[in-house]
Each structure stands twice: as C-alpha cells, then as structure tokens.
Design a protein around this ligand. Structure first.
Ligand code: FES
Length: 333
C-alpha cells in the first residue's frame, strides 16, 4: 500500500522501537524499507546507526533484499524529506521522542512530510504486533476518505480492528460512514462512533476510551483546504496523545499509489506536477500549472481529465487541451 517506507534513526532507544514498527509494517505491506540518518559533517556514527537499524529490521522479519540505507549529511528532517522525495516513498516513520514528549523533528515533519507520516510513541507494546485497535477520524469528505482508506488498509494488513469516528451531524455520519465501511472496510471488525463537538477532543477521547494503539488523521487542515480538519486538528491530535499517530497526506498524492486509468497532482521539490497512469501502466508526468493563467489543475476521476478550477480549462491525461480558455497543452515535466 505504500511501496517504499523511509524511516529515520538517531540510534536512540525510541528510534530503535520506531524502526521495529516500521519493519513490521513494511513486511506486512510488502514495502521496501529505507533507513536514513542525517548527520553533521563533523559527527561520526551515522553508518553504525544505520547498520544497527538494518539488523533490527532483519530481526523483525524483513528480507535484506527489501532493505536499504542512506546516510546523508544534513539536518534530520531535511534528509528524511529529501530521501522520501527521491525514492517516491509513501510513508515516513519517526519516533515521537524520548519520554513521550513530541520531538521537534516529529512536529516539523507533521507540516513538511511530502507523504504520509507515522509517529511512533515509545512504550511497552510489542513492536512486532503493534496495533490491535486503530481509531480512524473522518468527516466523510472525499479527502478524509483517503485517510480512512489508508487506515483500513493498514488494519487489514496488521489484523487490527477499527473504531471509525465521525465528527459532524449524526444523520450525515450515518449515511457516509456506512459507505466508507462498504468501500474500504469490508471484512474488518469496525465500530462506528458518531460524535459532535471539538474534533481533536473527540478523536483523542475516543482513542483513550477504546485504548487504541494508533490514531489515523488526515493532514489537510495543515494545507488550508476546507473541512472540519481545518486549522490545527491534526496538530492537536499529534500533540495531545501518547499513542502512535498516522498523519495521512490527503491533498497531494503519491505517484506510486496510482493505478492504470488514475491520475493526481503530486509535489516534487516544491513543484506541483500532474501525473496520470495509462492503461499500459506508463506514467505521464506534466506541469500542473494551467497554461491559461497558471492556476494548479486537479484530477477529475469521473472524466479522467485534469481540470483547472479557475476558468474551467480541461486537459487530457497526457496534457492535450480538451476545453479552453487554455490554448496550449500542459508541458511535460
Ligand atoms: S488559469 Fe486555468 S483556466 Fe484560467
């Protein structure tokens, strides 16, 4: 479900546990695991830390062929983001920090990770069977759906049960949560809670109530999109719990997640790119800047086109103009 998982280690006990959890998830989801360590030019030991991290991953059942390691000079956060982007990773895994306090690295990545982010709390739970119950937060919107899908996919792979929390009008919740379970949660033991009030408080309260090991939230509040996750809900959840948190990047997609006939907009080194995958599995990578006046196009799954929200231009999956006012195709990236 993630293809490649990047995990950061500084050699601390908390990072070692996060590495074990990352290896367990990589093994369960058949992903490749890349251990990284940032270091200052003067410091030594990055190679040793990575060798230890690979040993831990092997002990957790990963095959050596599915493991890789990169020691790169630079600040840990910058290194993790750069490696994740270069490898087109779907998930970054880091430790929450020592003594359960949220580390500056975890906080920074909550805002800057180019993909999903799993923050692993230290604790006594078995890192080889880390999740028995997962809380997934949703408002039923299309973007929150993506976080729900990730949460359910992970629950399926690690054999967890799910508590699906809807915050909003209960009548709406009844309708949309049924659909969410039908589409993503088939075969997974799921309990639904329809709640109103402060979203972060309700999510955290539910996690405590069911003693979940993992909370799954979308990050789009941090991206400024509309919806209940607006503002600081993902941040409040990350700050307010001592449990593991999966922050799903719900705005930008990851190229390796797209199947034939699908498209999306991704971000690479700060630039937005439109990407589509044709029926033969070939990826087409284009600039996401509309050639009319430069707005960012979005994938329209119903029409299989890239549509511009500003003045209605529409482009084919390979960038040709379908509707104006744009007159020129999206150029290849
Ligand atoms: S900027 Fe895209 S249609 Fe005008």
């Amino acid at each position: 479900m993630w293809g490649r998982i990047v995990f950061g280690t500084d050699g601390s006990p908390a990072a070692t546990r996060a590495g074990e959890v990352a290896a367990t998830i990589a093994r369960a989801t058949s992903a490749k695991l890349i251990a990284t360590s940032g270091y200052r030019a003067s410091s030594v030991g990055a190679e040793e830390r990575l060798a230890e991290a690979l040993d831990v991953a092997e002990a957790a059942g990963m095959r050596r062929a599915r493991l890789d390691a990169e020691a790169v000079p630079g600040r840990a956060g910058d290194v993790l983001v750069a490696v994740a982007e270069a490898q087109d990773a779907g998930l970054i895994v880091v430790a929450r920090g020592e003594d359960q306090a949220l580390s500056d690295l975890s906080r920074w990545l909550t805002h800057h990770a180019p993909c999903d982010l799993l923050i692993v709390a230290s604790g006594s739970r078995d890192p080889h069977a880390p999740y028995g119950r997962i809380v997934i937060a949703s408002d039923g919107s299309a973007t929150a759906d993506r976080a729900a899908r990730k949460g359910f996919d992970l629950a399926r792979e690690v054999l967890a049960s799910v508590t699906l929390v809807f915050i909003g009008h209960p009548k709406t919740g009844e309708l949309v949560m049924g659909d969410t379970i039908d589409v993503y949660g088939r075969g997974i033991e799921t309990e639904v809670r329809l709640l109103e009030g402060d979203p972060a408080q309700q999510i955290l309260g539910t996690a405590n109530d069911v003693d979940a090991e993992l909370v799954v939230v979308g990050n789009r509040g941090l991206q400024g999109a509309k919806g209940f996750l607006l503002g600081s809900v993902p941040e409040k959840v990350v700050e307010g719990t001592h449990r593991d948190v999966l922050v799903c990047r719900t705005v930008m997609q990851i190229a390796s997640e797209l199947g034939p006939g699908e498209g999306g907009v991704i971000e690479r080194r700060g630039e937005k790119l439109a990407i589509s995958v044709d029926e033969t599995g070939t990826q087409h990578l284009l600039s996401a800047r509309c050639t009319h006046l430069g707005c960012t196009v979005a994938w329209n799954p119903a029409e299989r086109t890239f549509d511009c929200p500003c003045h209605g231009s529409r482009f084919s999956p390979t960038g040709e103009v379908v509707n104006g006012p744009a007159a020129r195709p999206l150029p290849p990236a």
